[in-house]
Design a protein around this ligand. Structure first.
Ligand SMILES: [Ca+2]
Length: 358
């Protein structure tokens, strides 16, 4: 969600979950989720009210004991490509060659010490908040069965990219309406072994990636999991009413996907095939942080990145606010009503207080 330079910045913490009961291994302290990007300034639609219903997170974060005991292992990690790449959100590999998408809209190939641009999905200019929808923001990236890359761009859609030539084919257009709701914030994807199905998350139909703070504040359950059928080219909704669905990972039998529900600090299991198709259960909840990407580990478990920690003992602003929606509503309104002349740091354009239409 937030940009970092270098693959192993300390902002991310990695967890390995062996199964729903056993999460373990590494943990390090992180920065809080509310970073420098400033939210809204002025509301332009006087009839619109933020849907600050509050999340359903009613439990305190788990005590940081046992397998949750903080450690410093990530500090021993080697930093790769530090200050050479901007905001690598997800990493895929073909052998020793790494691929990632960056905040300046590029798909990069990392070979040894070299950083090579494979392609750019959007168009220049890049670098500002206003440019992001046209520049693109590649987030999830995977290697498909034919050695091509599958990329989820938050704005532009799903792409299949030739890692050698850079030729890119758009499979799904971002911003289109599917089952009455817009694809506004495509986040991550996972591909079946035969490449016939791609499952992906759309974190919100109201808010774009650049407005993720509003999405967090609203805690709206308008995220979805969708399926793209590579044979029929059809799109369908697999699950809806999720709160900030983020990382997605197929389970080995390919009948279910794990979906990180970031603002709920939990991972859901959504059944995408077989007898339970259409169902969902909770794989693990009350995590000690807010989960982002989910990827398989070499030991049969899963690595889960945490965008922010929920310290216990300690204070988590998101937990505090999630149980007090009236405070969030107040903050949201104040932010929306602050006049432009008020001496605040640079703020996004006026329209940001309005949800996306469609
Ligand atoms: Ca993500």
């Amino acid at each position: 969600m937030n940009e970092t330079a270098g693959v192993h910045r300390g902002r991310w913490s990695w967890f390995c979950c062996k199964n729903r009961q056993q999460f373990c291994r590494t943990f390090s302290c992180l920065q809080v989720l509310i970073p420098g990007e400033d939210p809204v300034q002025e509301r332009t639609d006087p009839t619109w009210e933020p849907e600050l219903t509050g999340s359903e997170m009613k439990t305190d974060p788990p005590l940081m004991k046992g397998c949750w005991e903080p450690n410093q292992k990530l500090r021993e990690a080697q930093r790769l490509y530090e200050d050479q790449i901007l905001g690598p959100e997800s990493i895929a590999n073909i052998g020793d060659v790494l691929f990632t998408g960056t905040a300046d809209g590029k798909i990069l190939k990392l070979i040894g010490r070299r950083v090579v641009t494979v392609t750019r999905l959007g168009r220049l200019p890049c670098g500002s908040r206003e440019d992001e929808p046209t520049c693109g923001r590649p987030l999830g990236i995977r290697v498909g069965p034919n050695g091509t890359l599958f990329v989820a761009d938050a704005y532009l859609g799903l792409f299949e990219v030739n890692p050698t030539t850079g030729a890119a084919t758009r499979l799904v257009s971002g911003g289109q309406v599917v089952a009455g709701r817009k694809l506004s914030f495509i986040n991550d994807l996972t591909v079946t072994q035969d490449g016939k199905k791609v499952y992906f998350t759309d974190s919100s139909s109201r808010w774009q990636r650049r407005d993720y703070l509003q999405l967090i504040m609203e805690a709206t359950a308008d995220g979805r999991v969708l399926e793209y059928d590579a044979e029929t080219k059809e799109l369908s909704v697999v699950m809806e009413n999720l709160r900030f669905p983020n990382g997605i990972q197929l389970l080995p039998n390919e009948e279910s996907v794990l979906v990180a529900e970031t603002t709920m600090a939990r991972i859901r299991r959504v059944h995408v095939a077989g007898l339970n198709k259409g169902g969902m259960d909770t794989f693990v909840d009350n995590l000690p942080g807010f989960p982002d990407n989910v990827r398989p580990s070499s030991t049969g478990g899963y690595w889960v990145t945490m965008a922010a920690v929920r310290p216990n003992p300690g204070f988590s602003m998101l937990d505090f606010l999630s149980q007090r929606p009236w405070i969030k509503k107040f903050i949201f309104k104040v932010r929306c009503l602050v006049p432009r002349s008020f001496p605040l740091p640079p703020l996004p354009p006026l329209a940001e207080c309005k949800p996306l239409q469609g």
